[in-house]
Design a protein around this ligand. Structure first.
Ligand code: C5P
Length: 222
């Protein structure tokens, strides 16, 4: 049976994860959230008081970390060494540090290896920053999801409000822009649109519209 890979990249808060998850669910594919993998390692580093600037220290943690991405159940879970960190990896303290974890070459190499292994097991929708450019350069379909930074901050603000987390719009905007800057300027596999990726500007699109757009594109290929 032929397997298909869909790569979704783009800046922070463009709706990649929720879109990718829904597309995968509707098409019966496996969703792989690579951001959750960098977040899981960052969470563990904070727990173990290893600096995110310490490449060797992070690498040692990663080698011994048991990471489980439970997906396809409608309620995705992320498990690190037996602890459910699904909510914890979204906390601001992790978000503020994760881009520093993700600059290191050794860390990226190890993550990419895991990601390719996951993708080899069946049809996947994988989202991140370097999927179309580095992880799965031969993916059948590649999308680059964007939205204005104002819109991305506004969506994040609405999400936090729904979860009852107090936040400030201006602060969220700054954080998103800063994360994009670090992710775009890093040396190894920076955030950039793959040449053969289709850019989808979702600024004026509803969530369901984006999902339908991608499903139409993927169409008969799965
Ligand atoms: O997608 P999410 O916002 O959860 O990703 C968190 C961070 O993980 C990104 O800001 C980026 O620094 C890093 N990341 C990465 N490569 C990926 C996925 C995420 O560098 N493929």
């Amino acid at each position: 049976e032929k397997t298909v890979a869909v790569a979704i990249d783009g800046p922070a808060g463009a709706g990649k994860s929720s879109t990718a998850r829904q597309v995968a669910l509707e098409l019966g594919m496996t969703y792989i959230d690579t951001g959750a993998m960098y977040r899981a390692l960052t969470w563990l580093a904070l727990e173990k008081e290893v600096s995110t600037r310490d490449e060797e220290g992070l690498h040692r943690l990663l080698k011994n970390m048991a990471l489980e991405l439970v997906t396809g159940t409608g309620t995705d879970r992320v498990i690190v060494d037996g602890t459910d960190v699904t909510e914890a990896i979204r906390e601001p303290r992790v978000t503020a540090e994760v881009s520093y974890t993700a600059v290191h070459e050794k860390i990226r190499q190890a993550m990419v290896e895991k990601q390719r292994e996951l993708a080899s097991q069946g049809s996947v929708v994988m989202d991140g920053r370097d999927i179309g450019t580095a992880v799965l350069p031969d993916a059948e379909l590649k999308f680059y999801l964007t939205a204005s930074v104002e819109e991305r901050a506004a969506r994040r603000f609405a999400e936090e409000k729904k979860k009852g987390i107090p936040s400030e719009l201006e602060q969220l905007k700054k954080e998103i822009a800063e994360r994009d800057r670090i992710d775009s300027e890093r040396e190894f596999a920076p955030l950039t649109k793959a040449e053969d990726a289709e850019e989808v500007d979702t600024t004026a699109m509803e969530f369901e519209e984006v999902v339908q757009f991608l499903i139409n594109r993927i169409g008969s290929r799965v």
